[in-house]
Design a protein around this ligand. Sequence first.
Ligand SMILES: Nc1ncnc2c1ncn2[C@@H]1O[C@H](COP(=O)(O)OP(=O)(O)OP(=O)(O)O)[C@@H](O)[C@H]1O
Length: 212
Amino acid sequence: MTQASDRTALLLVSRLNFSYPGLDLFQDFSARITPGLTLVRGGDGRGKTTLLNLLAGLMPVRDGVLELDGLRLDSEAENYRRQVFFIDPRSEAYEQMTPPEVFAALAERHPHFDHARLPALTEGLSLTPHLEKKLFMLSTGSKRKVYLAAAFAAQATLTLLDDPYASLDRASINFVAAMLNAHAEDARQAWVVAMYETPEAIRLAGTIDLGD
Ligand SMILES: Nc1ncnc2c1ncn2[C@@H]1O[C@H](COP(=O)(O)OP(=O)(O)OP(=O)(O)O)[C@@H](O)[C@H]1O
């Protein structure tokens, strides 16, 4: 079910169990997530979004151990979460902010956030005309681009992206693919990307297949 390369794992997931009322979603789920790109692939409702929330430390696991770069979620939750970049694209937390305000807020959470990367990211994602608008004024796709630009600037140890191509135009998809590939050889960062299908032309270090 899980394939990973021989690289040393950055995130270790051991025997994780998680259920919603009446639905056992993960039973004794284990994974080794290495630096570079890991795909979480699965059909509708297979648990991709839930798994990203679990890896982010945002949902209570019934049991199981998550350890990110030596930090265990159960004993060092705050330090663990500080190493993770994850924004639920449906979040309304940033609606009243402009993109630069979103970037500033996220830079406070992520100490390695690199502002110097933002001009190329906003240009590459065609966000430049929208920089003075608050997020509630933007289309779903543009809002997602703001979060993607932030993700690529944040340089977190673990970055979680839920369906990063959703609602994007072809040029932006190509840009995101190129940005992901630029992280394929990262030694100190793991990128976990949830998608319905295996994307073309992306160099993956591992795949977690949740089935169809
Ligand atoms: N808060 C919740 N309470 C109960 N069941 C839930 C809850 N959230 C999700 N589920 C169910 O858990 C399963 C996994 O949902 P999840 O959103 O993680 O899957 P997914 O693979 O991301 O789905 P999709 O690709 O359709 O967004 C689905 O059957 C969903 O209906």
